[in-house]
Design a binder for this molecule. Structure first.
Ligand SMILES: [Cu+2]
Length: 111
């Protein structure tokens, strides 16, 4: 049976389900990163980053509000800019908890 992603659970983040041993991203303390989230599903996902806030980048390139969660609609994408200034290992997951439990969770390392 064909699957839409390479993970073992219902949902995946970056083509992998559930928390993995390796982080989704590793950042040096104070590093600024622009991350593009592409939602190729038929559901909205409220993407939530622990330990940090980020700026949403609008489709026209303007900077939006400072947030720790952003809603990415079905079939759309969203860029965020985050200054990773809080060292630690931080969850990055969908805030629809059934999605998170179903595999849509990862983490970032800030050192
Ligand atoms: Cu979700």
């Amino acid at each position: 049976m064909a699957r839409r992603h390479g993970g073992d659970n219902i949902w995946a983040f970056n083509n992998v389900s559930d928390l993995q041993a390796e982080p989704f991203g590793s950042f040096k303390r104070g590093e600024t990163a622009r991350i593009t989230m592409v939602n190729d599903t038929a559901f909205p996902h409220g993407m939530h980053l622990h330990g940090h806030h980020f700026i949403e980048v609008g489709a026209d390139g303007t900077f939006g509000d400072l947030r720790d969660t952003t809603l990415v609609a079905a079939g759309e994408s969203r860029d965020i800019i985050c200054v990773f200034d809080n060292p630690g290992q931080w969850m990055f997951h969908c805030h629809m908890l059934s999605h998170a439990v179903g595999g849509m969770q990862t983490w970032v390392n800030v050192a």
